[in-house]
Design a protein around this ligand. Sequence first.
Ligand SMILES: Cc1ncc(COP(=O)(O)O)c(C=O)c1O
Length: 387
Amino acid sequence: MELGTERIKSLFMLDSNITCLNHGSFGACPKEVFSSLVKWQETLEKNPVKHLAFDVFKYLEKSREALSLYVKCYKDDLAFFPNPSTALNTVLRSLDLQKGDEILTTDHEYGAMDRAWRFLCKKTGSIYINQSISLPLNSREQFLNEFKKGITKKTKVIFLSHITSPTALIFPVKEICDIARERNIITIIDGAHAPAQLDLDILDINPDFYCGACHKWMCSPKGVAFLYVKREFQAQIEPLVISWGYESDNPSHSQFLDYLQWQGTYDMSAYLAIPDTIDFLKKNNWDVVTQECHKLNIWAKDKILSEMGMDPLCSDLFLGQMSSFYFKDPMNDQSQIDFFDKYQTQVLFTLWNNRSLFRISIQAYNNKQDIYRLIEALKDYQKQARV
Ligand SMILES: Cc1ncc(COP(=O)(O)O)c(C=O)c1O
């Protein structure tokens, strides 16, 4: 399977003038999957009352079923959300945190989630601890030793990215969930980047809560994320929006689903496109595509490091389809826009622990030419910055 061929590129809707090496931020939707979204929107508009008042729940069940088989859990243990922030905020706001309780995480987490936790800690008097995981990260033992130093008698929750956003590291979440379970600590895994980048098996990881995005690496239409909640925690979940599912006139077998599946009127077509999204991935041998993308990512990482004279952030063992790099020049919003406009090449520029980083993402539509183009752009940018 050769990545980035005209055939594969033509499956997607991306502007062919742009070198997109930032699939990780917002994904990219194939034409066929986008057509499924439009098909569902047409179904809705042909008969809004029948669709939204009755049929949508039956269709949602089909979508949950397809997704649960894909990420390996039971269909009634997951609910759809428009994005990981909404899903994870639902969990955070449902926890019974007391003054002095500790939430242990790392210093590699997604900024929006750090903010959500700090907000909650201000309200509850609990303490958010960003345990330092030092770079370069060379072994699982290094991760486990450094992370475990943060566990105390007061640790109530462990919150961990499955794949980190700024540094693009795959964390050993299964081992951490095992350690947490022995100590009666709640585990919340932020797997925004995991579905379709990793062969996800939620039951095997065995977290208490797991959130994933479908519009990133699964390439679904925008606005699809999911939350898995272990049965014993479902009764404590409170929806962010109280609606008809609370004190339902017509309760289903699951309060968890009743509370979460109706959040007022909105278009759930993107959720309903999930079975077609998964069909697309299967039909196009996405397990092979993922392996090839991983290989290209490792090649690209080595090439960028040697061409740019940079130090690695980690050993290959922690990498999937993304890699991050130290970058000498801090990028503000305007310099990012200027970079994209000038070179028509997109990567994620970010700031992590006061260091400037950039992150590449490799998807089916990328090839080695994209990496050569990026290296040329980065070199030219740095040369101009020094003039
Ligand atoms: C690790 C991680 N968690 C959570 C999110 C939240 O995504 P959103 O802002 O779409 O809710 C992202 C988004 O990129 C992410 O990378």
